[in-house]
Write a new protein. Structure first.
Length: 163
């Protein structure tokens, strides 16, 4: 698993509208990358809905959010349209980014899947926090609070109080 303090892997992946997203697009911004197993499944739907609902709060704090799965662009498009998602879902059909991040694969009822994992990436492209084996319920809030805490920590470190 990719560790805190390491650079997040460079990527170039299409979203649900086939627009290419690259890590460099997020330079200078905080980024939440959440990996999920499969479009249009119960837990993944919960996660997409809660991330969409939380997007205004993330936008207010200038935090970008992207979801990533091994599903292809048409699957992401259908998933986004079905539930009116307002977040970008990136297609990683060859699992290149998932492998580069060191995600674990699980198995359920004989089917392999990539474990639900989230990364917080700072404006310099460095991994600042990793959430493994995520429960989708309330994860949007946990991620937002974690980024805000990291931002406060960074602000305090760059602006120490003088007495």
């Amino acid at each position: 698993m990719l560790e805190v303090g390491k650079p997040f892997p460079a990527f170039s992946l299409p979203d649900q509208d086939a627009r290419i997203h690259q890590l460099s697009d997020y330079a200078g911004k905080w980024l939440v990358v959440y990996f999920y197993p499969k479009d249009d499944t119960p837990g993944c739907t919960i996660q997409g809905k809660t991330m969409t609902a939380a997007k205004p709060a993330y936008d207010k704090e200038a935090i970008a959010i992207v979801g990533v799965s091994q599903d292809d662009v048409p699957s992401h498009k259908s998933f986004c349209e079905k539930f009116s998602f307002k977040i970008d879902l990136l297609a990683d059909p060859k699992a290149e980014l998932m492998k580069a991040c060191g995600l674990n694969q699980g198995e359920w009822q004989g089917m392999k899947f990539w474990e639900r994992t989230s990364f917080i990436v700072d404006p310099k492209g460095i991994v600042r926090k990793v959430f493994a084996k995520v429960n989708p319920n309330g994860h949007d809030k946990a991620l937002l609070e974690a980024v805000k805490e990291l931002q406060r920590h960074d602000l305090a470190a760059t602006n120490p109080r003088r007495h």
